[in-house]
Design a protein around this ligand. Structure first.
Ligand code: HEC
Ligand code: HEC
Length: 232
């Protein structure tokens, strides 16, 4: 009788702790192989913080996913189902060809993981301000620019001017790649072409699979500091 009660208690405790689906979801979240594309090097964790500490340490293009499962909408109100918000990233950035289905065990597992990051039953929707019209920004402090480069760009692009440590050779070396902009885009300054890439990512007809930086993810002030650091 006593042994049975003990087993029950253990069962209840196990029920409160991490579940296999949640752990599978966390593994998928950190794994670029979630996408079947051979050209993909990104995992969800490349672009999203999953703790407040991480969100303070780095400047991710995506929002922190703490509380994400309890938000009423996503992508600035554009997506009203969590799985669609995730699939947007999966197809646009990770080059996944077929969106993850509602009943796919991988979707369930990712969902369980996102729920485990969302202790409150409701969290407010987050603003997302994408800059449509590209304009010059005032240049700023180079030392701040170095910090911004490290926190925002270096994981994917590697060290400035060498690319050392970059996530993928598909991410060009910065700022060297902009040397060709004068010839390629004679009607704009290289700085404007550069700003456009940062603000639009792959959208607004730019192409590629780099994510865009919203104003929430990168202020114009920090962008100006970054440009100074990169000599643009
Ligand atoms: C290459 C970068 C990148 C990758 C990889 C990526 N995302 Fe995103 N994600 C973004 C950006 C940028 C946004 C738009 C800004 C925002 O809302 O976070 C976004 C938005 C979201 C949102 C909506 C957040 C909100 O409240 O508006 C969710 C949820 C999300 N991503 C989950 C995921 C999951 C899960 C994966 C992995 C399957 C993933 N993302 C992969 C960059 C990325
Ligand atoms: C999640 C990974 C990732 C992050 C973070 C990232 N980039 Fe990129 N970036 C890429 C990839 C991959 C490419 C090549 C594909 C493309 O053009 O979209 C690229 C391309 C570019 C290009 C265009 C190069 C060309 O072909 O002309 C510029 C400019 C650039 N990135 C600047 C930045 C800056 C500045 C930051 C930081 C504020 C940054 N990137 C952050 C992955 C990233």
């Amino acid at each position: 009788m006593r042994a049975w009660a003990w087993a029950m208690a253990l069962g209840v405790m196990a029920g409160c702790g991490p579940t296999p689906a949640r752990d599978f979801g966390e593994a998928l979240f950190k794994d670029p192989l979630l996408s079947e594309s051979q050209y993909n090097a990104f995992s969800c964790a490349t672009c999203h913080a999953t703790s407040d500490a991480q969100a303070r340490e780095k400047m991710y293009t995506g929002l922190s996913l703490v509380g994400a499962a309890s938000r009423p909408s996503w992508w600035g109100g554009y997506e009203v189902r969590l799985i669609d918000a995730v699939n947007f990233c999966y197809t646009a950035f990770m080059r996944g060809t077929t969106p993850l289905g509602d009943e796919d065990p991988k979707s369930r597992a990712l969902y369980e993981y996102l729920v485990s990051l969302s202790p409150e039953s409701t969290s407010p929707a987050q603003p997302l301000t994408l800059v449509r019209d590209i304009a010059e920004v005032p240049r700023g402090d180079k030392n701040r620019g170095a910090e911004v480069y490290q926190a925002a760009c270096q994981d994917c692009h590697g060290e400035r001017s060498t690319g050392t440590g970059r996530l993928t050779s598909l991410a060009p070396v910065l700022p060297e790649v902009s040397r060709e902009y004068g010839q390629l885009f004679p009607n704009a300054t290289p700085a404007l072409v550069f700003i456009e890439k940062v603000r639009h990512g792959r959208f607004f007809g730019v192409g590629g699979n780099m994510p865009p930086y919203s104003l929430e993810a990168l202020s114009d002030e920090d962008l100006g500091a970054l440009l100074s650091y990169l000599g643009l």
